[in-house]
Structure formats: C-alpha cells, structure tokens
Design a protein around this ligand. Structure first.
Ligand code: GLU
Length: 440
C-alpha cells in the first residue's frame, strides 16, 4: 500500500505531485517525499508521517521545477523515518528513485555497491536502484535503468529522474501497478489512476517488464532490450466526484451508502426479467467450453475470499459443479489439481492483488480457463484473464471493502444463474423467480 506519482510538463511539478500523493494517501502512508529537477540539479524534500508534513516542509523550502516524482511509503525495509522516505538519491545526487515493492536481492547488491565505494544513506532496499543507475549511466537514463533492472530480483514499480538526462522520467514495472497519463504537453506516471484523474483520462497501463519514458511532449514504452512496444491508450470513465468524499466523513461511509446503486450496477443489463436469462458478454466461453467445465476453483484474498465462499454455495446449488475456494496466497505453493476442464474464477477489487494475480497465472499455466471478477477496468487481472465480469462499482477508496464485496456477490449470483441455465441444472421457471428476487 504505497503510491508513486510523476509529472513532466510546462508547469510547476510540485502541486501535481502533492495532489497526487494526497489522492493516494488513503492507501496508507508512513512517510512521503518528492524529487524535482530545478534546472541544474535534483532537489528532494521528504517527511515522516502524513502528506501534510511534506506539504509544510515544501512551504518552508519549495522545490521548483517542471519535472518531478513523488512517493508515499509503506515501509518494508527500515523504519518509517525521514531518512528512509523516498525518493532515494544516488551517491552523487544525480539520480532519484521512487519505488513500490520489494527488492529481494537488495542485501547482495548493497554489499557489492558498498565494496565499490557507494555510501548508503538509508535502510531501504530501494536505495540500491539509485546507486546502480548512477553506476551504469552512460548518457541515456532509460538504458541505465534497463541495465539496473536486469540485476534486480523482486517486485517493483519505479520512477526515476536524473539531472544528467533531465527532460524525462523513466518508469518501469514488475508486479506492482503503474500507468502513464497522457495530457497536453504534459505527461504523468502513477501507481493509481485516482492520482491523475483530475488532469487526464487518457492512460496507458504498463505490463510487467515494460519500461516507459515520459517526456513533456510524448511517451514511449520499451521492452527489456530497449525495443519499442505498442501499448493501447485506455480511457478512465470514473467521474472525479467518485474519488472525493462528497460530504461524507469517510470514504468507507460513502461507499456503504452507494451500495443500492452499485449492486444494481453489477446486475444491470445482465439479467433479463422476462425469461430469467442473463447476458455476460465478457465471459469468452463457447457453449462447448462451458459444458465441458467439470470443476471450478475460486481464488482470492481477504474480503474477496469471503465473497468467493458465497459464490461456492451459489454455484454448487444452481450448477451442480464442484467448487473449491482457494486462498490465493497459498495456491501456487501447493500442487493444486487443475486440468483443462477447470474453470478458475479470480476475484479482486483492484485487479492488482499480487497473490491473486500469481494464482491466476498458475492456474492458466496448468491449463485452466480463467475468469476475472474485478472492479478496476484495464487492471492486470482484467488484461490477463481469458474472460471476465466487471463489477462497475466505481472506485473503492475505503481500505475495508464494502461495496465491492456486495457487487462481487451480485456478480457471482448472475454467473451462477448463467451457468445453471446453460447447463440445464436450473430450470427457466426457477431462473425467472431468482432474477425477480434480485431485480425487484
Ligand atoms: N521496499 C521499499 C521500502 O521499504 C518500498 C516500500 C513501498 O512499497 O512503499 O522503502
């Protein structure tokens, strides 16, 4: 639970960075910071605690420039202090890095860099990236980042700036979400769409292994060999009001009250009252594939795992297919029975839950068809599954899931009716009765 934001354009970067950080503060924070290129060098400001403390530090000592990166940290390596707050600078101060995730081989890399004379100023795993990029820099920031990443094991979303190649931000992801925002003569990078939604709706979701270069007037996505990749531009259709509290004391309270609408959204247009049938356009399952399914695994974590338990009851009741609910974080560490007649349903509000994504990949690898129940359009699970059902609940900002949970249950119910009717285990009359119950 941490956040990355980056801005490059014609305006002052800091207000964009602070606003983005505040929008992501709900994800948790223990410290925050920004790094801005001021035309000559990289200036950093960092503070332990809430974003307001960073804001106060910036009021006292502004950081001016139109290229910058920011971070809210959720510490994994080293206490939540100012010295461990991101961005982290390279030894010579020319490279600044923000990072979400965990670098697994940080200890080994750190020893090697220390032996080569690099002084470390934090306890984080992240700092190795800054020194590595400095060490490998030879004129092009993206090339140095690509070479540095080749040495890194673990998960990351990163954004990097350098005063030696200043007109750009280089970003990369592996196992931690990151998207680019495309504006008019300005570009953004963020770990969460809500951080940039006020400024642009045009986004490019990065895939694992992508390295992106954003400049004032353009962007490029590269692979690990610096070869250009084509990536689709998506449009975020959330209203800005959806990421604001709208008079409620807390996001969670707002989301609880949204449920009559969001539950309806999960079913609207999908259930036909007259004949009890349902339309699930995104399943991508032929009738033959659907009939061939002889077992279902539902995998998820946390609250989504609880909706999976309800899904198990609904599907077994209406479809007579055996269902197993698997905790996603355990799934790939055992030897699950998965065949090409297994349907694996994965549930995640964000579509980015790392363990759930890993479980889905494992099920796919073993031959299952995968079906994602996710809320965030364009998220990694939604892009990698074979088919899916979007929840259409709007952004869920409260960390304790409420409306996404009820939408998941509603979507599972629609799915159970769909499968039951198709396979003949649910009579049309019973389907109509249930659809009436749900819709009226
Ligand atoms: N592992 C890094 C640290 O401890 C990043 C944590 C995060 O994702 O915020 O600083």
């Amino acid at each position: 639970m941490c956040g990355i934001i980056g801005y490059i354009g014609g305006k002052a970067a800091t207000p964009y960075l602070l606003e983005g950080l505040k929008r992501m503060e709900y994800r948790g924070y223990d410290s925050a910071g920004v790094a801005v290129y001021d035309g000559a060098s990289i200036v950093t400001r960092r503070a332990a605690g809430k974003i307001a403390r960073l804001e106060a530090a910036l009021l006292k000592e502004p950081a001016e420039g139109s290229v910058g990166i920011g971070h809210t940290r959720w510490a994994t390596h080293g206490p939540p202090t100012e010295r461990n707050a991101h961005p982290h600078l390279s030894a010579d101060g020319t490279v600044a890095v923000v990072h979400n995730g965990i670098i697994e081989n940080a200890t080994t890399l750190r020893s090697a860099l220390q032996e080569a004379g690099y002084d470390f100023r934090s306890d984080t795993d992240t700092e190795v990236v800054a020194h590595l990029v400095q060490e490998l820099f030879d004129g092009s920031l993206e090339e140095a980042v690509i070479m540095a990443l080749a040495k890194i094991e673990g998960t990351y979303g990163i954004a990097v700036v350098s005063s030696r190649d200043p007109g750009k931000i280089v970003a990369a992801r592996k196992g931690s979400p990151l998207l680019l925002g495309i504006g008019e003569h300005e570009h953004f990078v963020a770990s969460d769409a809500s951080a940039i939604l006020a400024h642009t709706r045009q986004v490019v979701y990065l895939d694992d292994g992508d390295v992106a270069v954003i400049e004032r007037d353009g962007y490029r996505v590269l692979d690990v060999n610096a070869m250009p990749l084509a990536r689709r531009v998506d449009k975020i259709d959330w209203e800005i009001g959806a990421i604001e509290r709208g008079g409620y004391a807390h996001f969670m309270l707002k989301e609880i009250f949204e449920q009559p609408q969001t539950v309806e959204n999960a079913m609207r247009g999908r259930l036909i009252l007259e004949d009890g049938t349902s339309k699930l356009g995104g399943l991508n399952l032929t009738h033959e594939q659907l009939m061939a399914v002889d077992n279902i695994i539902i995998t998820a974590c946390g609250t989504s795992w609880h909706s999976a338990l309800i899904g198990e009851l609904l599907i077994e009741e209406l479809c007579r297919i055996p269902v197993e609910v698997e905790y996603a974080s355990e799934f790939r560490y055992r030897n699950p029975i998965v065949t090409d007649t297994t349907l694996c349903i994965v549930i995640s509000q964000s579509g980015e839950t790392a363990d759930t994504l890993a479980a889905m990949r494992e099920a796919k690898r073993r031959g299952a068809r995968t079906l994602g129940l996710v809320n965030v359009v364009g998220s990694t699970i939604a892009r990698e599954d074979d088919g899916g059902i979007y929840l259409h609940a709007g952004p869920e900002i409260g960390v304790a899931s409420t409306k996404a949970f009820t939408s998941q249950v509603a979507a599972l119910y629609v799915l159970a009716i769909h499968l039951g009717l198709a396979r003949g285990t649910l009579s049309p009359a019973e389907a109509v009765r249930r659809v009436e119950d749900l819709l009226l």
